[in-house]
Design a protein around this ligand. Structure first.
Ligand code: NAP
Ligand code: 3JN
Length: 357
């Protein structure tokens, strides 16, 4: 027996990955409805060799739907999730709309699958940066509770949607063209005056990313909030505590956008309650579901390696030279896959496994 599935936001970066992942894992789909805005209504997308017409989301779109996978942004989730639930669907929402609501489980199946048992119709998928971090840290937490996390992220532009990918391509092309024109003077590259050209400001003006992203790093993801942390950084703080069921983990995050298409990387420093041997940590990570450990400490994963991977890649695991309860690791995840689409579909698979649907 299969399920009637709807994807709201099917035409976006996450929606497309959901479609791909459902097909790859042969999820038991009886019927698939693709929903988006009016702009995409009438377009066709392919699933298992069949062309499916995208529909504009409407009041009756969720009638008869069992599982609704949402990735159309928080305001759309707030509007449509209650309607979908009222129609009888279970909503698995990729946005931040409900993540911190008390009666909404926030789930990463490898970490807190059991929280699905108390869902009331809506289940939230955490932020991509949080997901890959908790997948890598849970096996260590199980050896000794983690008391402090200091994390710096290096986030791919695809996290900001399809238009942000275009922004990186356009800006890169533009700057490369200028450098090509100055090819013979590359020894003086420091003085190539691209920033002073009259049309530069137009092309390099912020769009989805708030600053030039080509050949740059931008420590600003989502809006600025309390204590001068960004919303992305606050998400990592609050979501980690909720997923791990531990308000005593102190989390300090700095989230940075880098000119990478797919794959978020994180440099993570942790302090555990008790001292651990590095060998214990390696063993726990090797056995952990959802983790691929680069055990040789001189090999490491990069975003280029993670595109299309289902596992979170962990490398460069080391101890702090001056603190016998502190360790550092490098964690890379496919932000569209484990960071969003795959985790959402895994939640649906867990619901089936646990007889919750
Ligand atoms: P995207 O590439 O910009 O796609 C946005 C999708 O939402 C498109 O399918 C778009 O449809 C649809 N949409 C926009 N306005 C709509 C409306 N008024 N009614 C119905 N559909 C509408 O963005 P994305 O990267 O896929 O991200 C989408 C959302 O997923 C984000 O806003 C975020 O909430 C969530 N997300 C979560 C994570 C995570 O960390 N778990 C990561 C990335 C994104 P059209 O084609 O018709 O415009
Ligand atoms: O920027 C990234 O790398 C991840 C972005 C996630 C995102 C983008 C727009 C809106 C979110 C999210 O999942 O937290 C949201 C949101 O729903 O608030």
């Amino acid at each position: 027996m299969g399920y009637k599935v709807a994807i709201l936001g099917a035409t976006g970066a996450v929606g497309r990955e959901i479609l791909k992942y459902l097909e790859e894992v042969n999820f038991p789909v009886d019927d698939l409805k693709l929903l988006a805005s009016e702009k995409s209504a009438g377009k066709y997308m392919e699933f298992k060799g069949e062309k499916i017409k995208v529909e504009k989301v409407e009041e009756d779109s969720f009638k008869g739907i069992d599982i609704a996978l949402f990735s159309a942004g928080a305001s759309r989730s707030k509007k449509w999730a209650p309607i979908a639930v009222k129609s009888g669907a279970i909503v698995i929402d990729n946005s931040s709309a409900f993540r911190m609501e008390k009666d909404v489980p926030l789930v990463v199946p490898e970490v807190n699958e059991k929280d699905l048992k108390w869902h009331k119709g809506i289940i939230a998928n955490p932020n991509c940066s949080t997901i890959q971090m908790v997948v890598a840290l849970k096996p260590i937490y199980d050896l000794s509770p983690i008391r402090k996390i200091v994390v710096s992220t290096y986030q791919a532009v695809s996290g900001a949607g399809l238009n942000a990918i275009k922004e990186l391509v356009d800006q890169t092309e533009f700057i490369i063209d200028i450098y090509k024109a100055y090819k013979d003077k590359l020894e003086d590259f420091k003085y190539i005056p691209y920033k002073n050209l009259p049309y530069v400001k137009e092309i390099l003006k912020p769009g989805k990313i708030p600053y030039q992203i080509a050949f740059n790093c931008v420590p600003h993801i989502d809006v600025f909030m309390d204590e001068n942390y960004t919303k992305e950084e606050w998400k990592m703080v609050k979501e980690t505590k909720k997923i791990m069921h531990d308000d005593n983990i102190s989390v300090c995050a700095t989230c940075v956008r880098v000119p990478v298409f797919i794959g978020h990387s994180e440099s993570i420093y942790i302090e555990t309650q008790d001292p651990l041997k590095l060998e214990e940590i390696y063993l726990a990570l090797e056995k952990a579901p959802g983790v691929k450990l680069y055990k040789d400490p001189r090999t490491y994963p990069t975003p280029v390696d993670v595109e299309g991977e289902n596992k979170v890649l962990v490398g460069r695991v080391r101890r702090d030279l001056d603190n016998d309860r502190a360790y550092t690791l490098w964690v890379v995840g496919d932000n569209l896959r484990k960071g969003a689409a795959q985790n959402a579909v895994q939640i649906a698979e867990s619901l089936i496994k646990l007889n919750l649907i």
